[in-house]
Write a new protein. Structure first.
Length: 82
Protein backbone atom coordinates (compact mmCIF):
# COMPACT_ATOMS: atom_id res chain seq x y z
CA UNK A 1 0.00 0.00 0.00
CA UNK A 2 1.27 3.44 -0.84
CA UNK A 3 1.28 6.34 1.58
CA UNK A 4 -1.52 8.16 -0.30
CA UNK A 5 -3.75 5.11 -0.10
CA UNK A 6 -2.96 4.73 3.59
CA UNK A 7 -3.96 8.37 4.15
CA UNK A 8 -7.30 7.78 2.40
CA UNK A 9 -7.95 4.66 4.47
CA UNK A 10 -7.10 6.53 7.68
CA UNK A 11 -9.57 9.28 6.76
CA UNK A 12 -12.30 6.70 6.21
CA UNK A 13 -11.46 5.08 9.52
CA UNK A 14 -11.64 8.44 11.25
CA UNK A 15 -15.08 9.05 9.79
CA UNK A 16 -16.28 5.64 10.97
CA UNK A 17 -14.98 6.38 14.48
CA UNK A 18 -16.85 9.70 14.38
CA UNK A 19 -20.10 7.95 13.39
CA UNK A 20 -19.81 5.53 16.30
CA UNK A 21 -19.06 8.39 18.70
CA UNK A 22 -22.07 10.33 17.43
CA UNK A 23 -24.33 7.38 18.13
CA UNK A 24 -22.91 6.95 21.63
CA UNK A 25 -23.39 10.68 22.23
CA UNK A 26 -27.01 10.43 21.09
CA UNK A 27 -27.61 7.58 23.52
CA UNK A 28 -26.09 9.61 26.35
CA UNK A 29 -28.25 12.66 25.52
CA UNK A 30 -31.38 10.54 25.07
CA UNK A 31 -31.40 9.74 28.78
CA UNK A 32 -32.54 13.31 29.46
CA UNK A 33 -35.67 12.95 27.28
CA UNK A 34 -39.08 11.69 28.33
CA UNK A 35 -39.36 7.87 28.10
CA UNK A 36 -41.66 7.93 25.04
CA UNK A 37 -39.45 10.42 23.18
CA UNK A 38 -36.30 8.55 24.18
CA UNK A 39 -37.72 5.30 22.83
CA UNK A 40 -38.60 6.87 19.46
CA UNK A 41 -35.24 8.58 19.09
CA UNK A 42 -33.24 5.48 19.93
CA UNK A 43 -35.36 3.16 17.76
CA UNK A 44 -34.51 5.30 14.75
CA UNK A 45 -30.83 5.33 15.66
CA UNK A 46 -30.34 1.55 15.90
CA UNK A 47 -29.04 -0.14 12.79
CA UNK A 48 -28.25 -3.68 13.92
CA UNK A 49 -31.04 -5.58 15.64
CA UNK A 50 -33.10 -2.86 17.25
CA UNK A 51 -31.93 -3.30 20.84
CA UNK A 52 -30.13 -0.40 22.44
CA UNK A 53 -27.85 -2.54 24.60
CA UNK A 54 -26.49 -4.57 21.69
CA UNK A 55 -26.09 -1.44 19.57
CA UNK A 56 -24.14 0.34 22.31
CA UNK A 57 -21.89 -2.68 22.74
CA UNK A 58 -21.39 -2.96 18.97
CA UNK A 59 -20.58 0.75 18.62
CA UNK A 60 -18.08 0.71 21.47
CA UNK A 61 -16.32 -2.42 20.21
CA UNK A 62 -16.26 -1.23 16.61
CA UNK A 63 -14.92 2.19 17.59
CA UNK A 64 -12.15 0.57 19.66
CA UNK A 65 -11.16 -1.89 16.91
CA UNK A 66 -11.04 0.81 14.25
CA UNK A 67 -9.16 3.15 16.57
CA UNK A 68 -6.45 0.51 17.15
CA UNK A 69 -6.21 -0.38 13.44
CA UNK A 70 -5.96 3.30 12.49
CA UNK A 71 -3.16 3.83 15.02
CA UNK A 72 -1.21 0.84 13.67
CA UNK A 73 -1.62 2.02 10.08
CA UNK A 74 -0.60 5.56 10.96
CA UNK A 75 2.46 4.32 12.81
CA UNK A 76 3.47 2.03 9.95
CA UNK A 77 3.31 4.82 7.36
CA UNK A 78 4.39 7.56 9.77
CA UNK A 79 1.21 9.56 9.27
CA UNK A 80 0.08 11.96 11.93
CA UNK A 81 -3.58 11.63 12.89
CA UNK A 82 -5.36 14.94 13.28
Amino acid sequence: MERETAEKVIKKMSWEITKQERFLGLVARANSFKPKDRENILKGACWIDGTIESQISYAMNRRERIFKARAKLAKRYEIQIV
